[in-house]
Design a protein around this ligand. Structure first.
Ligand SMILES: C[S@@+](CC[C@H](N)C(=O)[O-])C[C@H]1O[C@@H](n2cnc3c(N)ncnc32)[C@H](O)[C@@H]1O
Length: 240
């Protein structure tokens, strides 16, 4: 199975970082990295990964997962939040995946992420798309929720115990990244069509999974399909 749009971009970024560092392991900082969904595979791929997260439960799961696959020596867990990041950090790649939706101040958090990257380094931001959230609720028949989400400026389902404080659209995300001082090197969709195709279609048709992966990749950078992906992904570049 070929890697998805986000993994492709991160793989290329880490290969370039490894070259810059003369073959030394790239340094990755995963902010809000939780239980290690991104961090553990990156450690397995040979990166030195620091995870910063306020949740002790998530960090305990991270520790267990890293131990299970033998990469504890490449994973450092720090209990803390975006306020605790070093302003002149040394990470080749900073991840902020699924975190800008839950922090109190998304602008301040993104500025902290940018500050933690080395000059010339990259910040990878993955966020929930507010318009995809509307579509997915409508498709599920939750029409009142879909309308309330559409009308809420922050893209939050207020009063419904929404775990997210906000969701993003392309224009808002781009503006936020630019305001943090990063250059937007790439803005793509993640989960454009793959989140919509029922598993039964993939099970019933040989080759369908591969065809879907190819379609997903092709759609990930093409507006307007990109703009309604379940998640939006930005690779921001810090000036050298
Ligand atoms: C939806 S999870 C995302 C986990 C992982 N990054 C991923 O993409 O699968 C959000 C994570 O952000 C963490 N978090 C919440 N507030 C935070 C803050 N102020 N600074 C850093 N992390 C925070 C939570 O503990 C949680 O682990």
């Amino acid at each position: 199975m070929r890697p998805d749009a986000v993994h492709r971009v991160l793989d290329a970024e880490l290969a370039a970082a490894r070259d810059r560092r003369g073959g030394e392991p790239p340094r990755v900082l995963d902010v809000g990295g939780g239980s290690g969904v991104w961090a553990v595979p990156l450690a397995l791929a040979g990166c030195s990964v620091t995870v910063v997260d306020p949740s002790p439960d998530a960090l305990a799961t991270l520790h267990r997962r890293a131990a299970e696959v033998g990469v504890l020596d490449r994973v450092t867990a720090v209990q803390g939040d975006t306020d605790a990041l070093e302003p002149h950090g040394g990470a080749d790649l900073v991840l902020g995946h699924g975190v800008l939706e839950v922090v109190d101040d998304a602008s301040a958090a993104l500025a902290a992420l940018a500050g933690a990257a080395v000059p010339g380094g990259a910040v990878s931001v993955l966020v929930a798309n507010r318009f995809a959230a509307v579509l997915h609720r409508a498709i599920a028949g939750r029409l009142v929720d879909a309308r309330r989400l559409l009308d809420d400026e922050a893209g939050q389902l207020v009063g419904a115990r929404d775990p997210l404080l906000r969701r993003f659209d392309v224009a808002g995300l781009e503006a936020l990244v630019l305001a943090s001082g990063l250059k937007v090197e790439l803005l793509q969709g993640h989960g454009v069509v793959s989140d919509l195709v029922p598993g039964s279609v993939l099970d019933a048709n040989p080759g369908a999974a591969e065809a879907l992966a190819e379609l997903e990749l092709a759609a990930s950078t093409r507006s307007p399909l990109r703009d309604v992906a379940a998640r939006l992904h930005v690779l921001g570049r810090k000036s050298a």
